[in-house]
Design a protein around this ligand. Structure first.
Ligand SMILES: CCCCCC/C=C/C(=O)SCCNC(=O)CCNC(=O)[C@H](O)C(C)(C)COP(=O)(O)OP(=O)(O)OC[C@H]1O[C@@H](n2cnc3c(N)ncnc32)[C@H](O)[C@@H]1OP(=O)(O)O
Length: 388
């Protein structure tokens, strides 16, 4: 099987990693199936939504079976995450014939394509781009646009798709008629930070390209918070990790449940601070306190985070939502333009500095992501969790 890739298998890698295959097909029925098969391969490239890892692996397995027959190669080693996952998916098909596999492949791709059609149609006819988010739920009510991080099964870890969607949601919220924008999490976590499998999606161009792309993505992501034009409020409904903590320095107000914790385990992950926290944290809480968090992985309780100025106010968990939303609804009745201009005056003094800090942090991170320290830490996370 191909070179070692870590666990998350993205569609384009799967597509790229298919070897050139010559189909030895004869007879009218089989030729017809070959055409369908080729069409399905083309259709697959047009998919807009990520079908999820399990489906991608099944597609891969069916393709292999359809073109090469049953899996006969030796099982890859334990740490060869991607090839092991591919091997297992292929092997699990058992002895189905090439024709069956081809038919199943065509059916599966057909189902994926047709399941996308209604989503596209709905977005067009309703004219409401908010409905097209996959990782977020975005709503506007009582002059408040709420961006709900909506991957509760992954503790709202931020996948690449989610970074893009958050940026899109911020752009829309910045322009809409709402007075305030709120970010919060669905389920028991606010957000567990960067989805660590973002670092395992190594394409054919290699890890350097992945690091460059990640640096570019992060720079854009953080810039959206620096430049956000109206009051941005975090409703921290549970624990926050990594970039979900560091980014809080760019919000205007942070309300937290007393169940929330704040943890930025950068050195543990062989990484370095982001979200402008290397500047905002020392400024807000003093260098010594910031160092405990950013260098030595100190996890803060909500009360500690409040004492340090990272959190505005803490509420008991059982009345958190009620008390916070009552406050927010009252704030949202204040004059919109006055709030915008006031925020812009406060942020304006710092903007240039924040962009410079963001750029510098991302350059350092690109180097860190290629380091052995970082790769080992990420591998160890997935090994401990027995991923894929
Ligand atoms: C494009 C690049 C930009 C990079 C920006 C730089 C940002 C840096 C950071 O944010 S660093 C911080 C990264 N986050 C972490 O290190 C947290 C990792 N997760 C955990 O430690 C734990 O999952 C937990 C403490 C958040 C929760 O623990 P627990 O309550 O025991 O739940 P589970 O571990 O079982 O989690 C459930 C489910 O979610 C998956 N998951 C949770 N967090 C992440 C994550 N950050 N990345 C990927 N996956 C995550 C976890 O694996 C479980 O999945 P499973 O059910 O096993 O499939």
């Amino acid at each position: 099987m191909e070179r070692s890739h870590p666990p998350k298998v993205c569609l384009h890698i799967l597509i790229q990693s298919f070897p050139a295959v010559k189909l030895h097909l004869t007879g009218a029925v089989m030729r017809a199936t070959e055409v369908e098969f080729d069409k399905a391969k083309e259709h697959l490239k047009t998919l807009k939504n990520d079908p999820g890892n399990d489906t991608k692996l099944r597609i891969y397995a069916l393709f292999k079976q359809a073109t090469q027959g049953s899996c006969s190669s030796p099982k890859p080693g334990m740490l060869d995450f991607v090839n092991k996952a591919k091997w297992e998916a292929w092997n699990s098909l058992g002895n189905i014939s090439k024709e069956d596999a081809r038919q199943k492949y065509v059916d599966l791709v057909g189902t994926l394509i047709s399941s996308e059609a209604p989503i596209q149609k709905e977005a067009t006819t309703a004219g409401d781009p908010k409905s097209s988010y996959q990782t977020l739920q975005v709503t506007t009510e009582n002059n408040i646009t709420t961006i709900l991080l909506n991957r509760p099964e992954k503790k709202n870890a931020i996948s690449r798709k989610m970074y893009e969607e958050i940026m899109q949601a911020l752009e829309q919220a910045g322009k809409d008629d709402s007075v305030l924008t709120v970010m919060t999490g669905s389920g028991d976590y606010y957000c567990s930070g960067n989805d660590l499998s973002n670092f395992t999606q190594v394409g054919a161009e290699g890890v350097e390209k992945l690091a460059r792309d990640s640096g570019e993505l992060l720079t854009r992501y953080v810039s959206h918070f620096i430049d956000f034009p109206k009051p941005l409020i975090a409703v921290v409904n549970g624990p926050a990790v990594g970039i979900a903590v560091t980014g809080l320095g760019l919000f205007d107000v942070v309300y937290a449940t007393d169940r929330a914790t704040f943890h930025a385990p950068f050195s543990q992950l062989g990484q370095s601070p982001e979200g402008c926290s290397s500047y905002t944290f020392p400024k807000m809480m003093g260098t010594a306190k910031a160092n405990e968090i950013l260098l030595f992985n100190k996890k803060l309780t909500a009360a500690q985070a409040c004492d340090l100025g990272l959190v505005t106010e803490v509420f008991p968990d059982n009345t958190f939502q009620q008390e916070v939303w009552k406050k927010l609804r009252a704030y949202a009745k204040l004059p919109k333009d006055s709030l915008r201009y006031s925020k812009q005056l406060i942020r304006g003094m710092e903007k240039e500095k924040l962009h410079a800090v963001n750029a510098q942090e991302c350059v350092r991170l690109q180097e860190r992501w290629l380091s052995e320290e970082c790769m080992n830490a990420i591998m160890s996370f997935f090994q401990n969790k027995s991923k894929l």
